[in-house]
Design a protein around this ligand. Sequence first.
Ligand code: 3HC
Length: 651
Amino acid sequence: MNDRAPLVRTEHVGAVAILTIDNPPVNATSHALRTALKAAIEAVLGDLITQAVVLIGAGRGFIAGADISEFDRKRDEPLNPAIIAVMERANKPIVAAIHGHALGGGLELAMGCHYRVATREARMGQPEVKLGLTPGAGGTQRLPRLVGLPLALDMIVGGDPIAAPLALERGLIDSIIEGELRAGAVAFADNLVRDKAPLKRVRDLPPPELPDPEFFVQARADLTKRRPHLQAHDSCVAAVEASLLPFDEGLAREAEIFAATVASEQSKALRYQFFAERDAAKVSYLPADTPVREVKQVAVIGGGTMGSAIAICCADAGYGVTLVEADPAALARARATLRKHYDSAIKRGLKGDEAERRLTRIVGTTAIDAVSIADLVVEAVTEDLALKQQIFAALDRMAKPEAILATNTSYLDIDTLASATHRPENVIGLHFFAPATQMRVIEVVRATKSSTEALATGMAVGRKLRKIPVAAGACDGFIGNRLLTARWRATEALLSEGITILDIDRAMVAFGFAVGPFVAADMAGLDISYRARKQRGRNLPLVDAIVDAGRFGQKTGAGYYRYDPGNRTPLPDPEAQAIVDKARGSTTRTSLSADEIVARILGAMYDEGKNLLKDGIAERASDIDVIWVYGYGFPAYRGGPMFYGERNFKR
Ligand code: 3HC
């Protein structure tokens, strides 16, 4: 017996049939839902009582689109176009009543209704492009007919939703319901019946007007410049362009384009990423009922680049922050960093008073005993074990007994830090990625004695910071930096074989990274990772030869590239290559194709990822991918080093 509530409930208020879609958590249109919805619509269209229909979502929104998990297999009828065809043909008015989100197939279903009403907070969009897809149920044909080409193209190529007031202004919806949505939608439907209002079929609207003859040429040129790698953007433009055709021809063209995007490797990778991000929240040793401590006040120890950025992340999320520095000069530098950050945030659009509010949430001090008010302390001083041990011993004396003591170390042994306290169960790693204000991922590191409560609190804080927290076991480099080390080892080997700095960077950029490993290293500064390697006895003689020559990257005007004063553009530098060649004692070159270079580097990372899985440092391959996509700029449309590795060099 199936005692689950039906996916679509039908009720009547007078002559208005209300079809409530109830498929938690987001009313995705799975096959079962589509079947139930089509049957429910056909039933009310065929009965004698119903004179108008309201389609509404239960729970937190209308419909978040097609069930993404179904795209990996053949999707069975009825598909949304068939449901929309029934609705559009209907001789009774159908009203979509939207709250929360109407996304993707959800918005397409709504546009297949004769009228649309929404709450003021509702948001509507075609986010398919973010999954490497184009809309596939008429979105590219109906949206331009309703809102015109410029906005439709923006929504479909950009993927971001618009809010109800704009939707109303531009004709996507017919009314905003201020009171209760269901009652308002029923009243709206009653009025349609009373007024014998026409059945507005979007398909019958004329094709949209072309704002200027170069509109699509320009759109394509912009994309080539901004997003050279993503195929779905071009596909979206092509599908929207088809809206200039007669409706059914445009629809057929959209269907062809959609089918090609569903089958594309890029979309498979992006769909995988969608679930990978969400799976990262599910940690086997942190069941959903694990208690989470309340965190209101955070203390950050160290106001350098990383510490300041962590303080900013915390202040932006609404936490009160105490920023502790060693001396007044360092504190003044940290304050200047914070000011500079918020000044540039204002230039990028943050309101001045909001910036001030955030800035005043951060209180700077040189007195470490100020940590006594903190619920969470994040230590972010330089990677010096003895210094960190001293700090943890001091935190142990001064912090509240239940405070969580976190370290932002990239590779030092967290157990050693925990053992400097009498509360190792409260010690965890919270590893941010640089630049911490931008990178969306954070590793929550489990030391031997970390309690589940402390770790669950770390995960909750990560979410509050609007990041994707990923659980990692303790080891040298955790997840992200272990693969980074593997990348450096592979790079060193390539250099030793006579592959050049430029060849390697170009190959990785062609693969999809925004910058190659050497440009990235120059940007980060070479001295810190160099010191870290030396401390651990790691030897990369060719990679390190550049640093031995006194070149520390962008900040010193020279690293693997050279930089003109005041300019951050990396300029190829034969001198840098000469330093490497001198260290390897040869100037002979080997020639490897870009694909071979990529395969060598990514193959090494994939192997290291498998080691992490074997050692239980990473819970699942997709966690590794999430960290590399959001922490190191691995192209999301390639899925991540593990997804790519499984498909390309499984061994
Ligand atoms: N299909 C399947 N599962 C979905 C889903 C979808 N479209 N949207 C969300 N989910 C699942 C998530 O995986 C998650 O599951 P979990 O709890 O087991 O991890 C759960 O629903 C909740 O999702 P979020 O954690 O993302 O919840 P939020 O409240 O943060 O966000 C949301 C809600 C804004 C709706 C967000 O989930 C979202 O953006 N969803 C995807 C929307 C989308 O891309 N729609 C287009 C689909 S493609 C399409 O419609 C093609 C059509 O044109 C033919």
